[in-house]
Design a protein around this ligand. Structure first.
Ligand code: CMC
Length: 437
């Protein structure tokens, strides 16, 4: 943390009522966002820990990658609004932006595109790993396993202290992820793996690997490719969420990049995080018809019922999730293009959104549709099975994870992550032999 972000006059004073002592804590200013109280010396100075389960008030790192203003519904990548990137950019351009800090010029874009495109094949031996999984294995289980296994194949890019190796690892991860995820799908339906095609862009190539078969020519639908490109952009990064923090924490110990991204995939899988897109679709199917929506809204509000509205609520967004708005628009575009009118799940989703947004419970708790609310309906319309939804999220988020990992690993102030705890277990006691207990 550079000193110019600290102003000697801006301090935060706390008083320890137990001792009557007061402590001036330095306040740090980012380029935007709330003031940040620097508590790094808090324990040394006061002998106390701070307690913040779930990190609701704790900044774990300094970052220049992504900024979110949850009250205003703002999401910026390297300063650029998500709406502008989703409308105008390609996924690889956004990937370049996240990794290197600026939008590429034409030559830089051409080179980056080439590097990613020419690393998209997997070592042929990795393909044999797939046959070790059951056919009904979840694609997230397969993706996590295969990505973790990359470190057993690419020994020449494990040393993160070497600038060149870092770049190679980052390129391999972003390039191979679509192949890994598409292969998981092909394996589950018993079709041969499809190799990447270098004449297609990142999103179109992914669709091609998912849906082409060797016995006929596959033509990519440009509307679906554009929608996929946009969905990938919307999922590319989201500052210090659970999976990104997991990647950073794993990386802080010096673990290799492939292992760190595998850890991120594991964390993303949970239904409170990336697994929500799959859970939303399952929920819409469970609701079944528009007239049952009020019943499920009531259940979501009932403290004694574990049911929650999946795709609703967010730790940071307390106004709206800007990604959800773009996702909803994309959803209508895709359904129109495919001639899907009156899709029952979309009708249920829209009714759910309408009723929930008028309900005092959701208004008071500031619960709005999040990015996962509409994405599942688009994926389903594209012919992507529900179990693949979170794997697609992982594919897109790999770019953000890699960008955040790179930032961390090159940060001179990087330390191994090591939170403390509030211990409430037994105090010291003596061992009692089993016969005397
Ligand atoms: N349905 C019903 N009640 C909810 C919901 C929901 N979806 N989300 C939060 N609440 C209630 C919650 O019960 C709590 O009530 P109370 O204050 O009375 O105890 C209050 O709202 C605050 O919720 P919280 O769980 O304390 O908030 P959080 O910041 O810890 O959780 C969340 C955020 C996203 C995990 C949560 O809103 C949730 O579980 N949503 C459904 C799952 C989901 O859609 N996740 C995707 C998030 S966006 C993409 C991503 O991160 O990958």
């Amino acid at each position: 943390m550079t000193n110019d972000k600290k102003s000697p006059s801006d301090t935060f004073t706390i008083i320890d009522n137990a001792t009557g002592k007061s402590f001036d804590l330095p306040v740090i200013h980012g380029t935007t966002g709330p003031r940040v109280v620097d508590i790094r010396k808090f324990y040394a100075d006061t002998g106390c820990f701070t307690y913040d389960p779930g990190f609701t008030s704790t900044g774990s790192c300094e970052s220049k990658v992504t900024f979110i203003d949850g009250d205003k519904g703002i999401l910026l990548h390297r300063g650029y609004p998500i709406e502008q990137l989703a409308e105008n950019s390609s996924f690889l351009e956004v990937a370049y932006l996240l990794l290197f800090g600026n939008l590429p010029d034409q030559a830089q874009m051409k080179q980056f595109d080439h590097d990613i495109t020419y690393h998209s094949m997997l070592n042929e031996q990795i393909l044999r790993f797939y046959s070790g999984f059951r056919r009904d294995a979840h694609p997230m289980a397969i993706s996590c396993g295969i990505v973790g296994a990359l470190s057993a194949f690419y020994h020449d890019s494990l040393d993160f202290t070497d600038d060149f190796q870092r770049i190679v690892a980052e390129t391999r991860l972003i390039a191979k992820m679509p192949t890994i995820v598409a292969n998981a799908y092909k394996y589950s339906i018993g079709q041969p793996f499809t190799y990447p095609r270098n004449d297609l862009d990142y999103a179109a190539n992914f669709l091609q690997m998912m849906f082409s078969v060797p016995c006929e020519t596959y033509t990519v639908n440009p509307v679906l490719a554009r929608a996929m490109n946009r969905i990938l952009i919307l999922h590319a990064d989201h500052e210090q969420n659970a999976s990104t923090s997991t990647v950073r924490l794993a990386g802080s110990s010096g673990a290799n990049p492939f292992a760190c991204i595998a850890a991120g995939i594991a964390s993303l899988w949970g239904p409170s995080h990336g697994g929500a897109n799959e859970a939303v679709l399952n929920m819409l199917m469970q609701i079944g018809s528009k007239d049952r929506v009020p019943e499920f809204v009531e259940r979501a509000k009932d403290k004694d019922d574990p049911f929650r509205l999946m795709g609703f609520g967010h730790r940071v967004y307390k106004n709206f999730d800007p990604r959800a708005k773009i996702m909803e628009k994309t959803c209508h575009e895709v359904l129109d293009d495919l001639g899907i009118h009156n899709e029952p799940l979309l009708q249920i989703a829209m009714e759910l959104e309408r009723i929930a947004l008028q309900d005092d419970y959701f208004i008071e708790k500031k619960l709005y549709p999040n990015v996962d609310f509409y994405s599942g309906i688009i994926f389903r319309a594209m012919g992507i099975p529900t179990s693949m939804f979170t794997a697609l999220f992982a594919l897109a988020r790999t770019t953000g994870w890699v960008a955040q990992w790179l930032e961390m690993i090159t940060d001179p102030e990087m330390k191994i992550g090591r939170p403390r705890q509030l211990y409430t277990g037994a105090t010291q006691r003596d061992y009692v032999p089993i016969g005397k207990r």
